[in-house]
Design a protein around this ligand. Structure first.
Ligand code: AMP
Length: 226
């Protein structure tokens, strides 16, 4: 079996992170750990955390670092992530979360951080047409809907537009990305963990670039043209 991996995927909202993280988690046989999905599950089950998070999420604001990192800390302690690693999606979103994650992983560390690069004009278009399954989080779009009547092909759940995919919330999330998350790129570069991936083109092409970057890094070759 392919060796596991501890991977973080960065990228603006709409850069295709969710789609690529699912594909990479299948390829490397590791859990896909999405903080957005975990928080949406908390909201759906009306837990105390979900009730605190809902209004912030609907407005596109970030949940506090402590709450998110406590949730992530518990998840990466589980036996499946301990055994094979993870593809972490949506976290870290701040330098403080990145530092906290490094502390949680001690004495180990991340294998690699991929940054999916997609122009803002393209992510705006993708976000406006994005539709997701309320149950499993599978991604669709207006141009590429599920096979039957907005019912998820994977689990049969309802496929809807996310409440934070409104124009105002999208603008706010992209603003926060530039201010709080983009500095992580430089931070991970300094830690020699970052590889930028061209996130445009078909999902298959982007997955191939990601897998090649990871395989190249593992075999200590410098990645060419990722
Ligand atoms: P996402 O699905 O990754 O776009 O996340 C949806 C929303 O969940 C974000 O807009 C935030 O409100 C919240 N969220 C997800 N991950 C984090 C995180 N690492 N730190 C703070 N808030 C988060």
């Amino acid at each position: 079996m392919v060796p596991g991996v501890r991977l973080v995927v960065l990228g603006k909202q709409g850069a295709g992170k969710g789609t690529q993280c699912v594909r990479l988690s299948h390829h490397f046989v590791v859990p896909h750990v999405s903080t957005g999905d975990m928080l949406r599950a908390e909201v759906k089950s009306r837990t105390p955390l979900g009730q605190r998070a809902k209004a912030l999420m609907d407005q596109g604001e970030l949940i506090s670092d402590d709450l998110v990192m406590e949730m992530v800390g518990q998840r990466i302690d589980d036996s499946d992530t301990q055994a094979r690693g993870f593809v972490l999606d949506g976290c870290p979103r701040t330098i403080s979360q990145a530092q906290h994650l490094a502390d949680l992983l001690e004495p180990d560390h991340l294998d690699l951080v991929l940054d999916l690069e997609v122009p803002t004009t393209m992510v705006l278009k993708r976000l406006a047409s994005r539709r997701v399954c309320v149950d499993c989080g599978a991604n669709y779009s207006v141009a590429s809907p599920p096979l039957t009547n907005w019912t998820c092909d994977v689990c049969g759940g309802e496929v809807i537009q996310r409440e934070d995919d409104t124009e105002d919330a999208i603008r706010r999330r992209l603003e926060l990305y530039d201010r709080q998350t983009a500095p992580l790129i430089e931070w991970y570069q300094r830690h020699d963990l970052l590889i930028s991936i061209n996130g445009t083109g078909s999902p298959d092409a982007v997955t191939r670039r990601c897998v090649k970057a990871i395989d190249d890094r593992r075999s200590n070759r410098s990645p060419v043209e990722v």
